[in-house]
Write a protein that binds this ligand. Structure first.
Ligand SMILES: Cc1cc2nc3c(=O)[nH]c(=O)nc-3n(C[C@H](O)[C@H](O)[C@H](O)COP(=O)(O)OP(=O)(O)OC[C@H]3O[C@@H](n4cnc5c(N)ncnc54)[C@H](O)[C@@H]3O)c2cc1C
Length: 628
C-alpha cells in the first residue's frame, strides 16, 4: 500500500446531487471532508432531464434552501425558463420547475465545492471500505491503491454501483453519460451485511436543434413573473431565456413501439432491475395506458451553449434504429438527428429499511447513505437526503444529537419516513399525495418550517437569520393588523369593489374577515388602500393563504387525528379494493397484493399514501353504518 491520507473526518463517496449537499453541509458545520467522484467534470451532473423541480420536487428544493443547502441558488443562477406548476390549483400543490443549463449547473456546483473551506475534492473510484471498530474509524481504498482513514462515510453513488446500460439487445457495464461504473464497492458493503436491490431507470434521446421543425409544435413560455427557487434570490433576477415545445405521439408511434417491444429492455432476460413507476418509458406508457390515444412530448433546451434538445416523455431502451423510426412518426421530429440515444440503466440500490431516520445504517454506525443509491429517483430527492446526512454525520462527529425531520414539518421528513419505514419497491419519487400534511407543507412556507433548524445546525448565516426574523416579524405584524383593522362601507369603497366586480360591503368588517372571501385578495385590499405597501408580496401571500385556508388546514389536522384513531380498525378479508372509488391505481394493486388486516398495516405499505388511507377509512365507516 503506497500511503494513507489520515486527517479527514468525513468521506463522501459521490459528488452528485446528494454528495454535493452532504459535503457542503458537513464542511460548513465544521468537519474536514473529502468528496470522491469518478469524474470531476461531471460534478452535479444531470444525466436525465435538464430541469430542477416539478410537482412536490419543487417543495424539496425550497426545503433544502431553507435548511441552508445550495440546489435552489444554483438553479436560480442557471435557469433557462421558470414556471409555477398547478398555479390554478390550491397553494398546497403550487410547485416551481426550472429548465436549467445542465452544464453550467455542474460548473457552478464544482466551483462551490472547490472554494468551500474544509472541503477537498478527489477524482478516484472507491473500491473498498473497511471498518476498524477498535479505532472507531473506516479505511477507504481507491482504485489507485490509496487508503483514506476517516471517522464517517457517506455513500451517495447514484446509479453507478453495478451500473449497466441497455440499448435494445446491446448491454454493457457503464455509469450514465459514458462514465465508467463502480463495480467493486457492492462486494465490500455486503461484508457489512448490507442488503441490495436492483433498480433501473431510463432517459430519452438528445437530438440536434437544427433537425427539429418547431413550427409543427406548440411553444411553451416561462411565467411572465418568474419566481426564484431560493429565498435568498430576488425573483426579479430570474429571466426566461428559452422556450420549450410540445408535440405528441400518435397511432404510428404506438405501432412502431408495440411492433418492436421484444427488443426493449422490458423483455430482456438480462435485466432484473425494477423501473420508476412515475417515470415510465414510452414502451411502458403504451402498455400501461392502452386506451390513451397519444402521449405528450416536451422538447426542452439543455443549455445556452449547446444545441442539444431533450425529449421529455420519450425515455426508452429500444434499439437506436427503432428510436429513429419512432421519432420520425412524431410531428416536428420527422428528421430528428440523435446526438445521444435513449437508454436504460440498471444499478444496485441499498434497501432503505436498513437505515435509521437520519439515514445511518442501523448495523454500521457512522456509515450513512443518501440519494439514488438509497432507493429514490430524482435530483431533488437525492439532494434532500444529501443535506440531511451531511448535517447528521457532522453532528455525530461533533458529539451533537442528530436532527430528524418528520412528516409534520417537511417533505424531506415524509420522504425519509416513507423510505425507511415502508421501504421501496421501485425508485421512490416524491409526490404531494404522499403527505397527509400537504396543506401545511407549502413550497412558499418552507423557510418558516425549516430555517430555524438550519440555523440551529449552523448552516444559516447571521445576515440571513436577521432577514428571516425580520420577515417573520413583518408577517406577525400584518396578521395582527388584519385581525384588528376594520374597513367601513363607503361610496369610494363600493366603486373600488365594483371595479373588481365584487359586491359592496354592507357594514364595517375586519380585514381578516373580508380576506376570507374567495374573491378578495391583497390586490383588492391595495385598491381599497387598506394594504401595507411596505410589506413584500411573498409575506402578504402567506398571510392570505393562512387566512383563506384556515378551515381546510384545521380539517386536515382533524383528519390526521381521525386516521390515528382508526389505525386499529379491522379490514374485512373479502374486501375488493377495485370497488373503492378514489383509491389510486398503485394503492389498489399493492393493497390487493398485501391484504393488510387493519388500517395501521395498510398505512405501512410502500405506495399506499395517506390520501388512500383516508379513502379506505371513509369506506369502512360507510360499511359499518350500513351494517347497523
Ligand atoms: C439514465 C438515467 C435516467 C434517469 N431518469 C430519471 C427520471 O426519469 N426521473 C428522475 O427523477 N430521476 C432520473 N434519474 C435519476 C436521478 O436523477 C439521478 O440519478 C440523480 O443524479 C441522483 O443523484 P445522486 O446524487 O444520488 O447520484 P448521482 O448524481 O448519480 O452521483 C453519483 C456520484 O457518485 C460517484 N461515484 C459512484 N460510485 C463511486 C465510487 N465507487 N467511487 C467514487 N465515486 C463514485 C459518481 O462519480 C457521481 O459523482 C435518472 C438517472 C439516469 C442515470
Amino acid at each position: 500500500m503506497l500511503f494513507c491520507e489520515e486527517n479527514f473526518d468525513i468521506a463522501v463517496i459521490g459528488a452528485g446531487h446528494a454528495g454535493i449537499e452532504a459535503s457542503l453541509a458537513a464542511a460548513r458545520i465544521g468537519c474536514k471532508v473529502v468528496v470522491f467522484t469518478i469524474n470531476v467534470d461531471f460534478i452535479g451532473n444531470c444525466p436525465c432531464n435538464p430541469s430542477i423541480g416539478g410537482t412536490a420536487k419543487g417543495h424539496l428544493v425550497r426545503e433544502i434552501d431553507a435548511l441552508g443547502g445550495e440546489m435552489a441558488k444554483t438553479t436560480d443562477a442557471c435557469s433557462l425558463q421558470s414556471r409555477l406548476l398547478n398555479a390554478s390549483k390550491g397553494p398546497a400543490v403550487h410547485s416551481l420547475r426550472a429548465q436549467i443549463d445542465r452544464r453550467h449547473y455542474g460548473e457552478i456546483m464544482k466551483k462551490k465545492l472547490e472554494i468551500q473551506k474544509n472541503l477537498y475534492i478527489k477524482q478516484t473510484e472507491i473500491v473498498d471500505i473497511l471498518r476498524d471498530p477498535k479505532e472507531n474509524c473506516f479505511f477507504l481504498k481507491t482504485r489507485t491503491d490509496v487508503k483514506y482513514k476517516v471517522k464517517s462515510v457517506i455513500l451517495s453513488t447514484g446509479t453507478y454501483m453495478g451500473g449497466k446500460i441497455f440499448i435494445g439487445k446491446t448491454s454493457f457495464n457503464s455509469g450514465p453519460d459514458g462514465i465508467f461504473p463502480a463495480m467493486f464497492l457492492k462486494k465490500s458493503l455486503e461484508k457489512f451485511g448490507v442488503e441490495f436491490k436492483r433498480f433501473k431507470t431510463g432517459t430519452p434521446a438528445r437530438i440536434l436543434k437544427s433537425s427539429v421543425n418547431f413550427e409543427k409544435m406548440i411553444p411553451q413560455f416561462g411565467d411572465k413573473k418568474a419566481l426564484a427557487f431560493s429565498f435568498e434570490t430576488n425573483s426579479s433576477e430570474i429571466k426566461n431565456h428559452s422556450l420549450c415545445f410540445i408535440t405528441w405521439t400518435n397511432e404510428k408511434t404506438k405501432d412502431v413501439v408495440l411492433k418492436n417491444l421484444s427488443k426493449s429492455v422490458l423483455y430482456s432476460r438480462e435485466t432484473k432491475g425494477i423501473g420508476p413507476r412515475y417515470c415510465p418509458s414510452i414502451e411502458e406508457k403504451f402498455l400501461r395506458f392502452k386506451d390513451k390515444e397519444r402521449h405528450q412530448v416536451f422538447v426542452e433546451p439543455c443549455g445556452l451553449n449547446t444545441d442539444e434538445m431533450y425529449l421529455q416523455g420519450l425515455s426508452s431502451s429500444l434499439p437506436e434504429d427503432v428510436q429513429v423510426l419512432l421519432y420520425s412518426t412524431i410531428s416536428g421530429l420527422e428528421n430528428a438527428h440523435i446526438v445521444r440515444c435513449a437508454y436504460a440503466i440498471e444499478y444496485d440500490v441499498v434497501d432503505p429499511l436498513q437505515l435509521t431516520k437520519s439515514l445511518e445504517f442501523k448495523n454500521v454506525p457512522m456509515l450513512f447513505c443518501a440519494g439514488q443509491v438509497a432507493g429514490s429517483s430524482g435530483y431533488e430527492e437525492a439532494a434532500a437526503q444529501g443535506i440531511l446526512v451531511g448535517i447528521n454525520s457532522a453532528r455525530k462527529i461533533l458529539k451533537k444529537p442528530c436532527i430528524t425531520l418528520n412528516r409534520q414539518n417537511s417533505y424531506i421528513g415524509t420522504l425519509v419516513d416513507d423510505m425507511t419505514t415502508k421501504g421501496v419497491t421501485d425508485p421512490y419519487r416524491i409526490m404531494t399525495s404522499r403527505s397527509e400534511y400537504r396543506l401545511l407543507l407549502r413550497h412558499s412556507n418552507a423557510d418558516e418550517r425549516l430555517t430555524p433548524i438550519g440555523r440551529e445546525v449552523g448552516l444559516i448565516s447571521d445576515e440571513r437569520w436577521k432577514r428571516f426574523q425580520k420577515k417573520l416579524r413583518l408577517k406577525e405584524l400584518e396578521m395582527k393588523r388584519v385581525k384588528s383593522t376594520f374597513i367601513f362601507p363607503s361610496k369610494r369603497n363600493d366603486e373600488t369593489l365594483k371595479s373588481f366586480a365584487i359586491s359592496k360591503i354592507e357594514s364595517k368588517i375586519k380585514i381578516i374577515d373580508l380576506l376570507k372571501r374567495p374573491e378578495i385578495n391583497y390586490k383588492v385590499l391595495k385598491a381599497l388602500k387598506v394594504s401595507d405597501v411596505n410589506i413584500s408580496k411573498d409575506i402578504l401571500d402567506q398571510v392570505e393563504i393562512e387566512i383563506k385556508y384556515e378551515g381546510y388546514i384545521n380539517r386536515q389536522i382533524n383528519n390526521i387525528k381521525k386516521t390515528q384513531r382508526y389505525l386499529c380498525r379491522k379490514i374485512p378479508n373479502d374486501i375488493n379494493y377495485k370497488k373503492i372509488k378514489g383509491l389510486r391505481l398503485e394503492a389498489v394493486e399493492k393493497l390487493s397484493q398485501m391484504r393488510p388486516t387493519n388500517i395501521a398495516k395498510a398505512s405501512e405499505i410502500s405506495g399506499v399514501n395517506p390520501a388512500d388511507i383516508s379513502v379506505l377509512i371513509i369506506w369502512l365507516m360507510k360499511l359499518s353504518k350500513k351494517a347497523l
